[in-house]
Ligand binder design. Structure first.
Ligand code: PLP
Length: 313
């Protein structure tokens, strides 16, 4: 494709998206297709000959659009809102246009620095404690992951490695394997399924502790579980609290959880994927209590902050 054709295709695609958004209210939110519908409509093999972009756009309209669940529709009331906005779409286009790889600063200085700058903006917008800012001393600072599931997995792996090093330094006679086999983590039975999954993938089993009558997990539940596990010779490693549980929007009691975590050197991660945006509001200032003792936190900008999927800070 040459630059001139790209200009035409790109502009037509922008018009296509704008038309889609302007008329989305007319679409049935849930498609009426049956499983496998697309397999019947598309060729079974990779095509040898190229097609004109006009035909591809027609195919998208005819075959793909009818199979889409319209998360952006004002009539969509399932799960939670997904962020999407025209500026975010254009941002994706520009990022794709540069198509840089950000392994390290030199691979594209603006890529790394823009992430640092924007993550600090966000941390300040949420009024997070200073240790979440790149601009303060210490190892902290936000990064962007694709999804909350990835962010939680990264947090559990970081907690795991920190625990392994700490225990190895204190008890050098233990092999790394022996230490790893004894690591254990905690979360509430109201937490998102991605937490348990992160535990499986990071080989740190996560115990789901029963939340109280208001669906909240606090220090009392955690302290009891930790004592039980210490008695079994296990190594409490990580606790994942939720701010805004997916099912009920309950906020775990960070302050009392943090006290228990500090006592036992447990990494405290907060999954604020769904309702963390409330942190930005003065009327929810009380939700920030205890965050000064939290090691890491994730928030999905693709939920209520009008950023396209996928973007988790
Ligand atoms: N955590 C909470 C509290 C959520 O509400 C969700 C999604 O609904 C997730 C984690 C998983 O998010 P993602 O799809 O970005 O992995």
């Amino acid at each position: 494709m040459d630059a001139q054709t790209f200009r035409e295709f790109g502009k037509a695609a922008v018009d296509f998206i704008a038309d889609y958004m302007e008329n989305i209210r007319d679409c049935d939110v849930l498609p009426s297709v049956t499983p496998g519908y697309l397999l019947e409509l598309l060729p079974k093999e990779l095509q040898e000959k190229p097609e004109q972009w006009q035909d591809i756009l027609k195919d998208i309209n005819k075959f793909i659009k009818p199979g889409i669940t319209h998360w952006q529709s004002p009539n969509f009331h399932a799960f939670y809102p997904t962020g999407c906005s025209y500026p975010s779409i254009v941002g994706d286009m520009l990022a794709s246009g540069f198509s840089v790889i950000g392994f390290n600063w030199l691979c594209s200085p603006a890529c790394t620095e823009l992430e640092v700058v924007v993550m600090d903006w966000l941390a300040k917008f949420f009024k997070l404690p200073a240790h979440f800012l790149h601009a303060t001393k210490g190892p902290g600072g936000g990064i962007i992951q694709g999804s909350a599931s990835e962010a939680v997995l990264v947090a559990v792996m970081a907690a795991r490695e920190q625990a392994v090093r700490r225990v190895k330094a204190a008890q050098p006679q233990l092999s790394e394997g022996e230490i790893r086999a004894r690591l254990i983590g905690y979360s509430s039975d109201q937490s998102n399924s991605c937490i348990e999954k992160a535990g499986v993938l990071a080989t740190v089993p996560i115990r789901l502790l029963p939340a109280d009558d208001t669906q909240v997990m606090g220090g009392a539940q955690l302290a009891k579980a930790v004592e039980e596990d210490l008695a079994k010779g296990l190594i409490p490693t990580v606790c994942i609290a939720t701010m805004g549980a997916t099912g009920t929007c309950a906020y775990d009691d960070i302050t009392t959880l943090a006290t228990v975590c500090a006592r036992h050197k447990i990494w405290l991660h907060v999954d604020a994927a769904y309702a963390g945006a409330a942190l930005a509001l003065d009327e929810f200032a009380h939700l920030r209590q205890g965050l000064e003792h939290v090691d890491s936190l994730n928030y999905n900008l693709h939920k209520s902050l009008a950023i396209n999927f996928d973007c988790t800070a």
